[in-house]
Design a protein around this ligand. Structure first.
Ligand code: GLA
Length: 732
């Protein structure tokens, strides 16, 4: 890993063993992009890559060189000086033009990586990463821009963020401040986005990039189930195992955009950052604004290689605290078992059966506080309901711990029901616009977390519940998007700052709680997977993948999620059948075999299943305990996509390649067809692997594959709906 600066040619080359990232100061002083991809040798200058010829109707910088911003690749493109693509930022200062030109001033290199104030970001110790900060200034608007880049020693990634500082005496307005722009020389790529909706999150959508703009984003106040702040561009020939791909992930949980724009010259511009539609930031004299961090990863080992880079980076350099790289407890959550209709006795019965099955953690979901007997009331009143919990959360947690289980519970701290004591006392704490209709969703409103006093109040209520109880886990839910976004805490001119301040408020409450209770494992949730993003992983190491717990649908959801996020981050539970979302009855074996590739648990009353099923549950829990490290932290390979076939398959391989787990699933029976072969990945070609009494060579498993009806996966069939198997390969 190194950062080379060529003072004469003003070129910057960041590289490690895998990638190179090269940029330079252009003739007009702005930064230009030269290369991002496989590591290449350095040279004093790459000026031959810069285009200096006059093209018809092209704006140029000077009459001597005819250097044109439009015809060259930009690093953080400005608006209004000759580049007509989508800009990375927009400043409105006192001349009102919105035009700026940031010229190189200085740079500095630091070992490791600095924190981003108030924002989630990857982190690194000295020796693990190097950072480059480039200072640029616009003398007219009196703003300094600092572009920060980090290159990690062990990952094919570059992280980036931007910081604007108002060095003048008058306010300026930032109407756009994206985190990343990557200009590429050609646009021969396919674009992958991870789209869906509630209960159908992160389904893969692939598009061929063509002239013009392809984009995803959110204006919901959270990243959302509909789109995800993670996209991939790949060469058309790239598959899961070979070929070039670039992934772009935004470490942010609020409104975002991710966009690719192909221009008339065939260049491609990739952008991501805070969604400018809902953003307008007033920067007062001497204030600074820091954008969220974006991560760019490059792979020539196909999409599996790209995903593995994100998995390892996020497990090792984004997730923090006690639960980093720790095996996650097997939990039982009472939501789908009881909804809000429970008593302490009924909860203890469910917990006791969970303990008998071998579970390690009991989670009490919604309904324990205020007047919360249904979803029309009580949100915001974080005081236990004595009719349900006579000894409160403290009393219940002690009883659960006495059983030999850890205890956790559910909160939804960003919300309020109009029918609540909190709303009655502080109606102005919820987003709404006086005189306008109040848009409700799930009978609730969103609290204005851009106001510190609101965050403080909720913090104090939660702190009181948690402090004396035995709490090992918290599920932090968020069940509606923001509408009527008007804060009574700021002036009308400052309303464009509210969405971003909201998410900063959410991050601040997370930060307080995790520093006050460092042992608690947080799981984020937003009506299932409505805020499954890299930003959340900095605070909550796992996220509830989806409210859809159907064993088949979960294959799609977890498969799609795996492109950008590690297995350890995916909350995945076995629930009762017929499934409450789909009405489908998937065998308990398949439900377990899917959920165990995640932060595993159950979400049903084990008292209500047959003895035979209970025995299966016990075996599943035993299996997960035995293989949990490999399931949650092994190198993950997608083998067969449910989006392409009637079966799906994936596997995990240990670091030393001595152990692997293969999972195969049939969603739709295929009748009267030869089962075909499945090629495994990531094994050592020279190792001999044993699986269910049979021995295979690594190369044979990867090159020839195994028949999908092989003895080692006996019991599995492509001809039965819901057939599945998880088998262990061990090197001799
Ligand atoms: C959301 C969550 C569920 C459950 C309910 C409780 O829908 O996604 O898992 O916690 O809220 O109201």
């Amino acid at each position: 890993m190194n950062i080379i600066v060529h003072e004469e040619s003003k070129q910057f080359h960041l590289y490690n063993d895998y990638i190179s990232y090269i940029m330079y100061v252009q003739p007009n002083g702005e930064l230009g992009q030269l290369y991002f991809g496989k590591k290449i040798h350095d040279r004093d200058n790459f000026n031959h890559l810069v285009n200096y010829f006059l093209m018809p109707v092209t704006p140029y910088y000077d009459e001597k060189t005819f250097f044109s911003l439009e015809k060259n690749r930009q690093e953080y493109p400005s608006f209004g000086t000759g580049d007509f693509g989508t800009s990375a930022f927009k400043i409105v200062d006192k001349d009102g033009s919105g035009v700026s030109c940031f010229k190189y001033k200085a740079h500095s290199i630091t070992p490791s990586k600095k924190k981003l104030p108030g924002l989630p970001a990857t982190y690194a110790d000295e020796g693990e990463a190097l950072s480059l900060e480039i200072e640029l200034t616009d003398e007219i608007s009196k703003v300094s821009l600092f572009l920060t880049y980090s290159v990690f020693k062990d990952y094919p990634v570059i992280t980036r963020s931007a910081r604007f500082v108002n060095t003048g005496t008058e306010d300026i307005v930032l109407d756009k401040a994206l985190s990343l722009c990557l200009d590429l020389p050609d646009s021969n790529y396919e674009w992958l986005q991870f789209s869906g909706a509630w209960a159908r999150e992160r389904h893969i959508v692939t598009k061929r990039l063509d002239d013009g703009i392809t984009a995803v984003g959110s204006r919901r106040g959270h990243s959302g189930a509909n789109e995800n702040p993670f996209v991939i561009i790949k060469r058309p020939e790239t598959d899961e195992n070979i070929g070039e791909a670039i992934g772009c992930s935004l470490i942010y949980s609020g409104n975002f955009i991710a966009q690719a724009e192909s221009d008339a010259d065939g260049k491609l511009r990739l952008l991501t950052g805070i969604n400018p539609d809902t953003f307008s930031w007033i920067l007062k004299s001497e204030e600074c604004f820091v954008t969220p961090e974006a991560v760019l990863a490059w792979s020539d080992k196909g999409l599996n290689g790209l995903s593995q880079a994100f998995h390892a980076l996020y497990n090792n350099h984004l997730v923090r605290g006690k639960w980093k790289n720790k095996e996650r407890p097997i939990l039982l959550n009472n939501w789908e078992a009881t909804f809000m209709d429970f008593t302490e006795d009924s909860i203890l019965k469910i917990a006791s059966k969970a303990k008998e099955a071998g579970a390690e953690l009991f989670v009490l979901d919604d309904g324990w506080f205020g007047a919360r007997d249904d979803d029309t009331r009580g949100l915001g009143d974080w005081i236990e309901n004595p009719a349900k919990l006579p000894g409160g959360i403290k009393g219940l947690s002690e009883k659960i711990e006495a059983m030999g289980l850890k205890f956790g519970f559910w909160i939804e701290p960003e919300m309020v029901n109009p029918d609540s004591d909190l709303y009655r006392a502080h109606p102005d704490w919820a987003f709404s616009i006086p005189g306008r209709d109040k848009t409700l969703s799930r009978h609730q409103m969103v609290l204005d977390y851009s106001r510190p006093e609101v965050v403080d109040h909720i913090h104090d209520m939660l702190y009181n519940v948690i402090k004396d109880a035995k709490v090992s886990y918290i599920k932090w839910d968020m069940n509606r998007s923001i509408t009527e976004c008007l804060s009574r805490g700021v002036t009308s001119k400052e309303q464009g700052m509210v969405y971003h301040r909201y998410i900063l408020g959410v991050y601040s409450l997370y930060e307080r709680l995790i520093s006050e209770f460092p042992d608690i494992l947080f799981e984020s949730c937003a009506s299932g997977g409505g805020r499954f993003d890299a930003g959340m992983l900095y605070y909550a190491p796992q996220a509830w993948c989806s409210d859809n717990t159907d064993g088949e649908d979960r294959i799609f959801i977890q498969y799609g999620t795996s492109y950008g996020y590690p297995v350890s981050s995916m909350g995945a539970h076995v629930s009762a059948v017929p499934n409450q979302q789909t009405g489908r009855t998937v065998p308990i074996s398949m439900r377990g075999n899917v959920a165990m590739f995640g932060a595993f648990g159950y979400e049903l009353d084990l008292n209500h299943i047959s003895d035979e099923e209970f025995e299966t549950v016990k075996r599943q829990i035993e299996f997960v305990k035995e293989h949990r490290k490999l399931l949650q932290y092994g190198t993950f390979y997608r083998l067969r996509s449910p989006f392409d076939a009637a079966q799906a398959a994936w596997m995990v391989v240990s670091q030393d390649k001595k152990e692997a787990l293969l999972a195969v699933y049939t969603m739709r029976a295929v009748v009267n067809r030869m089962p075909g072969y499945l090629k495994l990945r990531g094994l050592d070609p020279d190792f001999k692997y044993e699986c269910n009494g049979k021995t295979y060579c690594g190369d044979e498993l990867m090159q020839m594959g195994i028949p999908m009806k092989d003895e080692c996966i006996s019991g599995y069939s492509i001809s039965y709906d819901g057939s599945s198997a998880v088998v262990v390969f061990k090197a001799e």
